[in-house]
Design a protein around this ligand. Structure first.
Ligand SMILES: [Zn+2]
Length: 299
């Protein structure tokens, strides 16, 4: 086991949470007031399978995420502090290698984001994004060369469930193909097992009880701009792992959440229709209880 796995194995989340707030065992589930949003409803926060959920503020995660939230720490600051507290070594190679990769990604994102002014006009006027969204998502600009794409493009950092940057997508600004090029799969970047914008969207579902599930990055950015909770599956259809993540969200909201699967108009567009048929097959196979609706737009 590496540092992260050992930590998560060693930390009893119930004990860690109880350093902040008392929990009670009710019908086999530990519940209490949520220390993250400072709630007074003593059943909104619960712990299941070493993960915490708050039905009120939408916070969810494991022990590391909890510690990040409570102590206002970055992922690696929390890991180092917890490793100290629980006497877990941080010497293992995998941990150090991954930490270096995340650090490099953070530096890369920052350097492209500094150049975003070149495309601010395009993003604001053509794409309808605000400066807040551009900055929040740390969008960037590359004049050519990054990810093997020799023309200029927009750089979109891709974050995991902890908010760490795992990789990038480059959207070329000319009409050449492919329109998007992603970081190659590596130790920390597994496109099929993450949902783009999950860490922001999961906290927003509590307002509307809806999660929009779309294919592309720009769709997610536009939906976020409109105040919608939205994630992207970044492929032809959601993978088994991505559907399982949606199922976990449905459990968190005790079934009271609807997933709005927005594909290209399935009545008009062959690719959209085929993607929808294939997506339906995957849902029936892996997560048949998933509460999915597909909007059909007027033509
Ligand atoms: Zn809460």
């Amino acid at each position: 086991m590496d540092t992260i796995q050992t930590l998560l194995y060693k930390i009893d989340l119930v004990d860690l949470v109880q350093e902040y707030t008392p929990l009670q065992l009710i019908n086999g589930v530990y519940r209490g007031c949520c220390p993250i949003h400072g709630g007074h409803n003593n059943t909104s926060f619960c712990i299941l399978d070493n993960r915490y959920y708050c039905h009120s503020c939408g916070a969810t995660g494991d022990a590391i995420k909890f510690y990040c939230e409570m102590e206002s720490l970055s992922f690696y600051q929390a890991v180092e502090a917890l490793a100290d507290k629980y006497e877990v070594s941080t010497d293992d190679e995998k941990y150090q290698r991954e930490k270096d990769l995340y650090r490099e990604n953070a530096i890369t994102a920052n350097s492209f984001h500094k150049k975003v002014n070149t495309v601010t006009d395009y993003l604001v006027n053509k794409r309808g994004l605000s400066l807040d969204t551009i900055n929040e998502f740390q969008l960037g600009y590359d004049s050519g060369g990054y990810l093997g794409v020799d023309v200029a493009g927009i750089i979109i950092p891709i974050q995991d469930h902890y908010g760490r940057i795992v990789g990038f997508s480059k959207r070329r600004l000319d009409s050449g193909k492919p329109k998007y090029k992603n970081t190659k799969e590596n130790e920390i970047f597994h496109k099929g097992s993450l949902l783009f914008n999950y860490h922001r969207a999961v906290k927003m579902i509590k307002h509307t009880k809806k999660l929009h599930v779309v294919e592309g990055y720009i769709d997610v950015l536009s939906a976020h701009e409109q105040g919608l909770a939205c994630v992207g599956y970044l492929g032809g259809r959601p993978t088994q792992q991505q559907l399982k993540i949606l199922m976990e969200i449905q459990r968190l909201y005790k079934g009271d959440v609807t997933f709005i699967l927005a594909v290209d108009n399935p009545l008009e567009d062959d690719a959209g229709r085929n993607a929808l048929i294939k997506t339906r097959e995957s849902i029936m196979k892996y997560t048949p209880e998933l509460n999915v609706r597909v909007p059909i737009y007027p033509t």
